[in-house]
Design a protein around this ligand. Sequence first.
Ligand SMILES: [Zn+2]
Length: 65
Amino acid sequence: MTIVFITEKGDCWHTRRDCHGLVGGQMSSESVGREPRAIDEVELSAAVAAGKKACGVTTCAGATS
Ligand SMILES: [Zn+2]
């Protein structure tokens, strides 16, 4: 089983909690004065079932294959 990181509003799943695609989204949401997004750990199959796509950052989603 593969655990990935997602946010509720995010389009992608991430293999790294420190992925800049994930962290960058959090920073932009903070910069406009909203609550930081909660990062959820879910099984990859659950993330895909929720409609999430593989992160485009090569050090993130690409690292598993
Ligand atoms: Zn990522």
